[in-house]
Design a binder for this molecule. Structure first.
Ligand SMILES: [Zn+2]
Length: 232
C-alpha cells in the first residue's frame, strides 16, 4: 500500500479508535507505541548497561560467574514500572515485552554492547502457566532484544519442569534447594562456546537465574550475562 495512503488511513483509524498508553491510560499520540513518552520518561531507568561493576552485577556475581548483569528499570512498588509489568504479565499485553526489549536493545548498542552476545535465552515459564497466559513475557522481551541486537533468541531451548512453591517465604538456602532440577534443556542444542544473554522479567533473589545459569555452564556456555526488565 502507498505509504501516504497508509498514513492517512492510520490517522483515520486512531481518530475513531484511539489507542491508550498501558502505563497511564492516556491516549497515545502519533509515533507513540504501547507506552507513552511521559511514562517512559517517568519510569526510573538504571544505567546498568554502561557500568559493568554495577550493584546488580556485584550482587548476582556472588551467585554465579557473570560477564554482565543489567536491568532496564528500577522496580518500585505501586509505581508505573509495576503497573506496566502487571499489564505485561496478567492483562494479555505481550507487545509491552517486545517494545521494552527493543528499547533496551537500542540502549545496549549505544552503550557498546552490540556485539557482546551470541544467543538470547529467556527464563521459561511453567508449561501450565504459559498455556494459561498464552505467552512467556520474558520471551517477548527476548524477541525485542533479538530484533535490535540482530542475534537469535530461542524460546524452546530451556524448559521448566516441576512446579516450584512460592519463593517469598523461604530462606535463601531453601530457595536454592527449591530450584534444584527445575530447569532442563529441551533439545540438545550446542551451547558450547556461546556467550549467552539470559533474560527475565523481574530479578529479585536471583535464584531462578542462578538455577538456569548452572545448567547453561554445564552445557558449555563460555560466558553468561543477564538482562531483566526490572530489578527490585
Ligand atoms: Zn503513559
Amino acid at each position: 500500500m502507498n505509504s501516504r495512503f497508509t498514513e492517512i488511513l492510520l490517522d483515520f483509524v486512531y481518530l475513531f479508535f484511539p489507542r491508550y498508553c498501558l502505563g497511564c491510560s492516556d491516549a497515545l499520540v502519533k509515533g507513540e507505541e504501547t507506552i507513552c513518552t511521559t511514562c517512559m520518561l517517568e519510569m526510573a531507568k538504571t544505567e546498568d548497561h554502561l557500568y559493568q561493576e554495577n550493584a546488580l552485577y556485584k550482587r548476582l556475581s556472588l551467585q554465579m560467574p557473570l560477564a554482565r548483569a543489567m536491568a532496564l528499570f528500577k522496580f518500585s512498588k505501586n509505581g508505573r514500572v509495576q503497573q506496566v509489568l502487571h499489564q505485561l504479565k496478567y492483562k494479555n499485553h505481550p507487545e509491552i515485552g517486545v517494545m521494552l526489549g527493543r528499547v533496551y536493545g537500542e540502549r545496549m548498542i549505544a552503550g557498546g554492547l552490540g556485539q557482546a552476545f551470541d544467543l538470547i535465552l529467556p527464563v521459561p515459564l511453567h508449561p501450565a502457566r504459559r498455556r494459561r497466559r498464552g505467552y512467556n513475557q520474558s520471551a517477548k522481551f527476548a524477541e525485542g532484544l533479538s530484533e535490535k541486537l540482530g542475534i537469535p533468541f530461542s524460546d524452546s531451548t530451556l524448559a521448566r519442569g516441576k512446579k516450584t512453591e512460592t519463593q517469598t517465604r523461604k530462606s535463601k538456602l531453601d530457595r536454592l534447594e527449591n530450584m534444584r532440577g527445575v530447569f532442563q534443556l529441551n533439545r540438545r542444542e550446542n551451547l558450547a562456546g556461546k556467550r549467552i544473554l539470559l533474560v527475565d522479567d523481574v530479578v529479585t533473589t536471583g535464584a531462578t537465574l542462578e538455577a538456569c545459569g548452572q545448567l547453561l555452564f554445564k552445557e558449555g556456555c563460555s560466558e553468561l550475562s543477564i538482562a531483566c526488565i526490572a530489578e527490585t
